[in-house]
Design a protein around this ligand. Structure first.
Ligand code: UGA
Length: 456
């Protein structure tokens, strides 16, 4: 099999498939990525993936290339895993990389083969691409197309790829289904649930899943806004709601909200596509989900400003975290960096520290100051603000940190710190959706998530 595109999704897929025993050729237009991967280096932070890459390279079953000629000659099935970012100046998805990958393959493939899209795309894309590849391909309709949406999370990519919750095959023929079954046989043999679908349903599953997750997060963050107006405590609320199995505690963690390369752009592209299809009303609420999420960022800045005494100008702020979530160095649409940028725009002196994302953050926002350690970041700080809940930040000793700062004031943007410990160490502790002096009700870490973390 070939895997086109070696970003988070493609690299993980290629590596894991080779580990499972397939002969895999990874393809990317960026020679630096290809060289890095071929020499055993994963060009992004993903726990457990470097070890799997070493195993795959060692087996001799994984190679990388920049050549589409080589890919077309090599593969019986071709997985397209290239990015679908938000289009510039629009909420639509930018499909140029997907279109180009399918076109480059279609032009060259001269024996029966299956092209499988894994990228997240607007509904109707697979049907349109099918027509395109049939026109371009020397073998016409013998070149088939299927869609196999991917649900892996950054930080848990290896586990989610090798042991997914489910597989979805969007197919237009029994032959395509058989190819996909063969391409995933070790995973299917392990009892993974499989949903065989038409192309449009397969595309829709992906955006519907991400929209649901985003909605759940914004739901609890909307409740946090109500809590702020009433004196209720959103952490208590989330805990109590989560015990209802029908609601569940996962993705019900209040705080700074969602970011990353998927959830924000996927809900926007879905809404945009639904409007094109004349069913915009059905998903109009996603606009509200997005707005609630964005408000969390400005509300976090409000809290920091309040603790800084009403104005941010000249205040030293330690911003802990830059990645969009822990166990990742990804800063795409990162709420953490957005808050740091907003604080900077109000002329605070912002010092950012992230255990893994400093380099990417610096590339995105070179104007901010970056520290090499947590301690260095908090020295002389007027306010400390936790923006990404890395374990290192959770574990920090508030008494020791208290000796380094100028003022013991902390905003917990992720509801990740022990408020009682901080208060006992003389800190003023504030978190969105929690009354100022409330007792701590630490959210019980979700057991499944804890296990996933250990596994990966
Ligand atoms: C998300 C989905 O979870 C994956 O299933 C999907 O495959 C992927 O997008 C994708 O489309 O490729 P990911 O972007 O890696 O995965 O991150 P999540 O773990 O979903 O977290 C997204 C954001 O939500 C993070 O910023 C996180 O901090 C935030 N979040 C998550 C909350 O604010 N509260 C929560 O309770 C959970």
């Amino acid at each position: 099999m070939t895997v086109i595109g070696t970003g988070y999704l493609g690299a993980t897929h290629a590596i894991c498939m080779a580990v499972l025993g397939y002969e895999v050729l990874g393809v990317d237009v960026d020679p630096r990525k290809v060289e890095a991967l071929a020499s055993g280096e994963v060009p992004f932070f993903e726990p457990g993936l470097p070890e799997k890459l070493a195993e795959a390279l060692e087996s001799g079953r994984l190679r990388f290339t920049t050549s589409f000629d080589e890919a077309a000659a090599f593969g019986d099935v071709h997985f397209v895993c290239v990015g679908t970012p938000q289009a510039p100046g629009s909420h639509a998805a930018d499909l140029r990389y997907v279109e180009s990958a399918f076109a480059e393959l279609a032009k060259r493939i001269d024996r029966k083969a299956l092209l499988i899209g894994k990228s997240t795309v607007p509904i109707g894309t697979a049907e349109r691409l099918t027509e395109m590849v049939h026109e371009l391909s020397p073998i016409g309709q013998e070149l088939e197309l299927a869609w196999n949406p991917e649900f892996l999370r950054e930080g848990f990519a290896v586990k989610d790829t090798l042991h997914p919750d489910r597989l979805v095959f969007g197919v237009a023929s029994a032959w395509a289904e058989a190819q996909l079954r063969a391409a995933f046989s070790p995973i299917l043999d392990a009892g993974t649930p499989l949903v065989v679908a038409d192309l449009a349903s397969a595309e829709l599953v992906k955006v519907a899943a991400n929209s649901f997750l985003a909605t759940k997060i914004s739901y609890i963050n909307a409740m946090a806004e109500v809590c702020e107006a009433t004196g209720a405590d959103v952490q208590v609320l989330a805990k109590a709601l989560g015990f209802d199995d029908r609601i569940g505690s996962r993705f019900l963690k209040p705080g700074l909200g969602f970011g990353g390369g998927c959830l924000p752009k996927d809900i926007r592209a879905f809404k945009h596509r639904a409007e094109e299809l004349g069913v915009g009303q059905a998903v109009a609420f996603l606009g509200e989900v997005d707005a609630i999420n964005t408000r969390r960022r400005t509300r976090t800045v409000d809290l920091v400003r309040e603790l800084a005494g009403g104005a941010l100008r000249g205040k030293r702020i330690a911003a802990l975290g830059a990645a969009f979530k822990p166990n990742s160095d990804d800063v795409r649409d990162a709420p953490a960096l957005d808050v740091a940028r907003l604080l900077y725009l109000e002329e605070a002196s912002v010092v950012v520290f992230d255990p893994e994302a400093n380099v990417n953050a610096h590339r995105a926002y070179p104007d901010l100051d970056y520290a090499d350690s947590l301690e260095q970041a908090v020295v002389g700080a007027d306010v400390v603000v936790l923006l990404t809940e890395w374990q290192q930040f959770r574990d920090a000793d508030p008494a020791a940190l208290g000796r380094l700062v100028a003022a013991r004031a902390v905003v917990d943007g992720r509801h990740a710190l022990d408020a009682d410990r901080y208060r006992a160490a003389g800190w003023e502790y504030r978190a969105l959706g929690r009354p100022h002096g409330s007792a701590t009700h630490q959210l019980v870490e979700h057991e499944a998530d804890a296990t996933r973390l250990t596994l990966s």
